[in-house]
Design a protein around this ligand. Sequence first.
Ligand SMILES: [Zn+2]
Ligand SMILES: [Zn+2]
Length: 788
Amino acid sequence: MPDWKPVTPPSSSSLRAGSALGHLLGVPARHDRVTHVEHVPARQAAPTRWPDWVDERLVSRWANQGVPGLWPHQAEAAELLHRRQNVIIATGTASGKSLSYLVPAVSAALDGGTVLYLTPTKALAADQLRAVEELDVPELRAATFDGDTPFEERAWVRKHANYVLTNPDMLHRTLLPRHAQWSAFWRRLEIVVVDECHGYRGVFGSHVAQILRRLRRICARYGAAPAFLLSSATASEPGAFATRLTGLQMAEVTTDTSPRGATTFALWEPPLTELRGEGGAPLRRPAAVESADLLADLVAADVRTLAFVRSRRAAESVALTTRARLQDLVFGGEAPADLPDRVAAYRAGYLAEDRRGLEKAFRSGELLGLATTNALELGVDVSGLDAVLIAGWPGTRASLWQQAGRAGRAGQDALAVLIARDDPLDTYLVHHPEALFGRPVEAIVLDPGNPYVLGPHLCAAAAELPLTHDDLEIFGPSAKEVLAGLVADGMLRERATGWFWTSRERATDLADIRGAGGSPVQVVETSTGRLLGTVDEPSAHTSVHTGAVYVHQGETFLVDELDLEAGVALVEAGTPDYTTFARDVTDISVLESLRSHSLGPGELHFGSVEVTRQVVSYLKRRAQSGELLGDESLELPPRTLRTRAVWWTLPASATVSLAQEGLDLGGAAHAAEHASIGLLPLFATCDRWDIGGVSTELHPDTGLLTVFVYDGHEGGAGFAERGYARALDWLTATREAIASCECERGCPSCIQSPKCGNGNEPLDKAGALRLLAVLLSTPEPPPSTPET
Ligand SMILES: [Zn+2]
Ligand SMILES: [Zn+2]
């Protein structure tokens, strides 16, 4: 039973949001779809006084911009950084994190120091540059330094700028290798700001962690020991993450004290439909289609609404469907003739001027409804809306609140609705509001010790300055072993004083920090010869295989042929009304169990594995309804990867009695595997496509029923490790997600997986629940056979 309660009659202050939800629930059939309504209350706050170390001119500039002072959490972080303590500020969206580092960082620059600001995106750097320039203080010489910075400007930045905004890629490829040209900057470096650092997760995060270690080593060479401020969205254990990212101890500031308006937050689950998918499983109404209905209703009621969807295609189709619904109202004389034109789609790939135009029309109220991808999530000034619809869990709480925060920013009340997709994680979340509104459980994970990441950075570091024995500590406990391997492979030379890079090649070319390794595959349009982009080799198998639907900057292409030998995928523009999902089969062998403990009657392990994956077919699903259109086979070579995995086993004593109950052990384990892959992103900030799994009734290496979940990246990315650390909660959530789904024998919302290479066969939903119940039972007292 959904725990939905009728919304209490809105007080005058929450009239808009309350009545908007009431309006959506005006259709009786929809009552069951709301699984929870959370009233997030308004928060009052009073600013603190400016710290006395802040320059008077800055205080007055900020006052002119309407900043009365710092909120207590901003003041706390600013004070720590001013005292040159390392700190991570992990608070919600719109909590003013940037002011907490701007105040001490700008002050440091005015006192003769320099500041390095790092962000994952150029857009954010441009945004921050504007914020610094608007302070209009002549001694403050801020500049961005990225791939777009003209050559003649670079020398000026190196010599004169005291506030440099750049990204980890530039640090890796330019600033660190050419550190000698930047000596004056390093010598005075007081503060390093790492903004939006929750983006540094998984393999990319592991690369950034090593780049920051190289940065610390170069600074030390010039006698500087800058303090680090990390700014992050809320996550569990931010201090531990910050320490992993930088290698430094970090203070945490996590309480958001900024004022906010009240939000009515509804969790919404679309109904199962008559449509049947794989194995006759019922299909849920797609979240995008449900969103279009709600968007139409809200726009018709004059409620300014933003609908976030997952893909560009969905943005277009939601806007189209919404307009069609409104057109029906116009024909029925229930709406003014111009209403359909007040709804539009917004996404990356539109011309910049078109996007500015849409933003302007939406801000002014000329547009009432906008369907958008997360292109609108960051850095775009559209706020103060009445309602936000979020079609499908956006992947992290950070994104969820970023999107929900678009409504009601100006202190007025707002409505936010999260609409579940047919996915086990979405199912779990709409039935477990505490996972969204309580303390965060998802952590940002990375694995800087991954030898495939560490190796190239040790080479890069040695090329910057020969590595000494004293340097090893900074690169972590696995550095010594990895160095020995690099020496054996002839990459580095070992001498009495340390390790040297003697090649004439650029060492930084070894680390492909945003890719997953392997030589890239070029995506080429056959008719024009135009190079659309590149895809790394492992991803090519799943994203540009022959027959795949490939989306590039909003345009849809069909892949005619993937030629791995030539490293080319040939594509043609097209408008198929279906999406494709690559499916793979996996074999796994255990190389080494690194940690283990008992779990119920079974055992839990974390360790190294070798995975052999082969993409064998792809699934076609109708874009509008999710309906299954076919499964086409593919011939691609298997790929082998060495990575990390978490796995659990059950002893023969347990499986024998389960088999006696009539349980299909293989189907139960397979179903539990699929659902657990779906749920791991709740605990580790990963995507279900970042991880994979294998389940078997009898695994040759363990001799037992075993379910593996592995990191889909060479060397591991920290996801499996996080699963090991939170196994009890993770597997409990997995069981609850399966139990919450009202389908009878399994569907995409619980145990079916779109990437299953075995065609989602065999799967046993009831068996999976029973299996997990046994695994999660307390082992004591040991199960005794009743004796008569
Ligand atoms: Zn289901
Ligand atoms: Zn499967």
